[in-house]
Write a protein that binds this ligand. Structure first.
Ligand SMILES: NC(=O)c1ccc[n+]([C@@H]2O[C@H](COP(=O)([O-])OP(=O)(O)OC[C@H]3O[C@@H](n4cnc5c(N)ncnc54)[C@H](O)[C@@H]3O)[C@@H](O)[C@H]2O)c1
Length: 421
């Protein structure tokens, strides 16, 4: 078995022999030719997550939503925010800063606005509800805005925007997050990787869905470099003095200890490549998610080391922001789809760089991967499978059923069928 933990690359490459329709995934350069990975059907993976969460007293309906959002990340190839994080949710449930089954407090001061106190409930559950509320409000009022305070990590922001797209609307979703990002000219991580997701319905199976962190790279990327003992490129992160660092281990250790330094905002260090603009986007997210919602902001997000006030359980107090716009108040949805598709066509048909065969639209790679993985199963790196098997063993469950396992079972018990239920 190879020594390193295989990583499934986020890149899609065109298969030269068959044209752009045949996109397939490539491994990271260390993993080329490495086959240490398992494949699990979406439904089997969701079932596994629901079963694990049930062991920690999460009811079926809440567990199903949480599983759907987590597995949606893996389905789209965003492995950093999928079931690889299940252990962190289990920890939150065990340590009681994630509270399942809590009744959210929902205020609706005017018809288009909602303000929810999640009361430390499951981030995915309150966020699913908040986007549904924003969509209902948009349907009734043209626009719907909902903030959420006192929540937990909610997974990928794009999941909630896809709900607005599926309702024929434009959607925006933001969240603040644990402080990992250093402001321009600074040396301390004050802001999170604070993602922005914005999307709109297209046609022919292609929607616009930009879903991105406002940092140069996510923390997970530093972890991969650290595990593989590789130096980072200059421009990803700084040390405790605010100087460029190529040492992922040092930056990660500093972040854990909150000892200074951290990841850089989009655009990198200083102003030369517009780091100040990435910093501004991250700050905008915290203004809407932390300040406006009444939740924690800046370094107070996810600050579990904080001294509790009397009677208080120290919790991450993450804040989110959801917005839905009803397109029909501007033009028929079909006309909007056609206009957006025309714009997409102009981009995709424009002249390509010499070494690049395809111009992508934001969300396209994820949509293609989701279709691929829905049919053939979700590839999970061996370290992720190992962590899932450990989580399962800790609560007396079998690990996720792999496609290989299903095929084996099918050979022995053909009456059971191959496909996941
Ligand atoms: N909950 C949290 O606290 C939190 C924090 C940070 C990030 N996240 C999530 O992490 C995920 C990954 O974020 P990321 O910034 O690493 O994403 P990324 O860099 O992989 O992709 C960002 C966006 O760029 C698009 N894209 C990629 N290549 C493209 C190309 N060549 N042309 C056009 N578009 C292209 C993608 O479709 C995506 O919309 C997101 O889903 C985000 O919501 C969550």
């Amino acid at each position: 078995m190879s020594e390193h933990a295989p990583q499934i690359s986020n890149e899609l490459v065109d298969c030269e022999a068959r044209g752009a329709e045949w996109l397939h995934e490539v491994r990271c350069e260390d993993c080329l030719g490495c086959s240490v990975e398992s494949t699990v059907m979406r439904a089997d993976l969701e079932r596994f997550v629901v079963d694990v969460l049930a062991r920690y007293h999460v009811k079926e309906d809440e567990a199903a939503v949480t599983a759907k959002v987590l597995v949606a990340a893996d389905l789209r190839g965003i492995a950093s925010h999928g079931v690889a994080r299940l252990g962190r949710y289990v920890k939150g449930l065990q340590e009681k800063y994630i509270v399942p089954g809590v009744a959210f407090d929902i205020r609706e001061p005017v018809p288009a606005v909602g303000a929810i106190d999640a009361k430390n409930g499951i981030g995915q559950v309150v966020s699913d509800l908040a986007m549904d509320l924003a969509i209902d409000k948009a349907r009734a009022n043209g626009i719907g805005v909902v903030t959420v305070k006192n929540s937990n990590h909610f997974g990928i922001a794009g999941y909630y925007v896809q709900k607005a797209i599926d309702a024929g609307m434009i959607g925006i979703c933001l969240t603040n997050a644990a402080p990992l990002v250093v402001p321009t000219h600074g040396a301390d991580a004050i802001l999170g990787t604070n993602p922005i997701a914005v999307g709109a319905p297209g046609a022919g199976g292609l929607d616009f869905l930009l879903d991105m962190a406002t940092s140069v790279v996510p923390r997970g990327k530093l972890e991969v470099y650290d595990r593989n003992r590789k130096q980072m490129p200059v421009g990803w992160a700084v040390d405790e003095h605010g100087y460029d660092s190529k040492n992922p281990g040092l930056v990660l250790a500093n972040l854990v200890k909150r000892a200074g330094g951290g990841i850089l905002p989009l655009g990198g260090r200083g102003e030369e490549f517009s780091g100040h603009k990435g910093y501004g986007l991250s700050l905008m997210v915290d203004v809407l998610c932390g300040v406006l919602s009444g939740s924690a902001f800046g370094p107070e997000v996810d600050n579990l080391q904080r001294e509790p006030r009397p009677g208080e359980v120290v919790a991450p107090r993450v804040g989110h922001f959801f917005l839905a716009i009803d397109i029909t108040r501007f033009m028929p949805v079909q006309e909007f789809r056609e206009r957006l598709t025309e714009l997409i066509g102009l981009l995709k048909d424009s002249e390509k760089a010499l070494d690049r065969p395809t111009i992508y639209i934001h969300g396209e790679k994820e949509q293609v991967r989701a279709r691929l993985h829905e049919r053939s199963g979700i590839p999970l790196a061996e370290n992720v499978m190992a962590s899932l098997r450990k989580i399962a063993a800790d609560c007396g469950l079998p690990g996720p059923v792999t496609v290989a396992e299903r095929v084996r079972r099918e050979a022995i018990h053909p009456e059971e069928g191959y496909r996941a239920s």
